[in-house]
Design a protein around this ligand. Structure first.
Ligand SMILES: Nc1ncnc2c1ncn2[C@@H]1O[C@H](COP(=O)(O)OP(=O)(O)O)[C@@H](O)[C@H]1O
Ligand SMILES: [Mg+2]
Length: 278
């Protein structure tokens, strides 16, 4: 257990992370972010994947004249220069290919290279309730910046054969970063995505995950649905594309579980801070 106390007066930062591509990170980042605004929260989504899929999925042009996450990281862009999305309460820092250079640019920063994102976010006086980060499918220096800047990670895991293997490595990496960089980073939960409850394989994977990881596995299961894979090409979230379908209901349940888990974690944090200050 770390002894670092967390600043509680700023919005919690949550990274949607998994070094594996195609597991549902972006789908989760976008629909969780919009779903939380439907629950009355104000959310800032930082797209930190150079592919800019979260940006496109929200119908935002990647090459707007507005500040991108690359500008946010390096050009000292005003922290409030985010782009408003089509959804009330959801703001975005879009990504474009400029972000490909970020790894090299971070390496040039010397001692501060791991903490650039944290420093930028710490300085920003944001009006949001949550900052959600869509991470790239790698464990490079940009991802290290994300892990150091964030309070929580939410790990989407595709419900498939060998799902546990990569996940164990990621959990070990997170533990290591927590110890070596003195950051207070908790795993909010592992979220099973693309679940098909009609197959024995899906049933077996859910069972194995719960046996090995217990409460770390979120109760919410995201089903595999064609609608969820269609909506990004329309620049809409599932809440607009098919409001009452199984995809939207699942992400709505995720938002509720997310809020419950954050609340429980924050209570623990307050207790912990009180102990540290005694
Ligand atoms: N629950 C789901 N059901 C069906 N397709 C999905 C689901 N979640 C994601 N997809 C599709 O799978 C692909 C990978 O998802 P994505 O969210 O982009 O993953 P990542 O960001 O981890 O690379 C995308 O084409 C996406 O539309
Ligand atoms: Mg993605």
């Amino acid at each position: 257990m770390t002894t670092v106390s967390r600043e509680t007066s700023r919005p919690p930062r949550i990274a949607i992370i998994n070094q594996k591509g195609g597991v549902g990170k972006t789908t989760t980042a976008v629909n969780l972010a919009h779903g939380l605004t439907i629950q009355g929260k104000r959310v800032l989504l930082l797209d930190l994947d150079a592919q800019g899929n979260a940006t496109t999925a929200l119908g935002i042009e990647k090459y707007t004249t507005n500040a991108s996450t690359h500008d946010f990281l390096f050009a000292n862009a005003d922290a409030t220069a985010f782009t408003k999305s089509r959804y009330e309460g959801l703001d975005v820092y879009p990504a474009n290919v400029a972000l490909i250079r970020a790894e090299l640019e971070l390496l040039k920063l010397g001692d501060d290279r791991d903490r650039q994102l944290k420093q930028r976010l710490d300085k920003a006086n944001l009006p949001h309730d949550f900052v959600i980060i869509d991470a790239p499918p790698s464990l490079g220096i940009l991802t290290l910046n994300i892990l150091i800047a964030c309070d929580y990670v939410l790990v989407p895991v595709q419900c498939e054969y060998l799902a546990l293997e990569g996940l164990t490595m990621l959990i070990e990496t997170i533990d290591e970063i927590r110890n070596t960089h003195e950051v207070d980073l908790s795993i909010l939960g592992c979220l099973l995505t693309m679940v098909d409850l009609r197959t024995n394989l899906s049933q077996q994977i859910i069972k194995d995950m719960r046996t090995h990881l217990g409460e770390l596995v979120m109760k919410t299961l995201i089903p595999r649905t064609v609608r969820l894979s269609e909506c990004p090409s329309h620049g809409k979230t599932i809440f607009e594309y098919e409001r009452w379908g199984p995809g939207a209901r699942a992400y709505e349940a995720l938002c509720k579980e997310f809020l419950e888990r954050i609340e429980a974690a924050q209570k623990q944090q307050l207790l912990h801070n009180a102990e540290v200050n005694q």
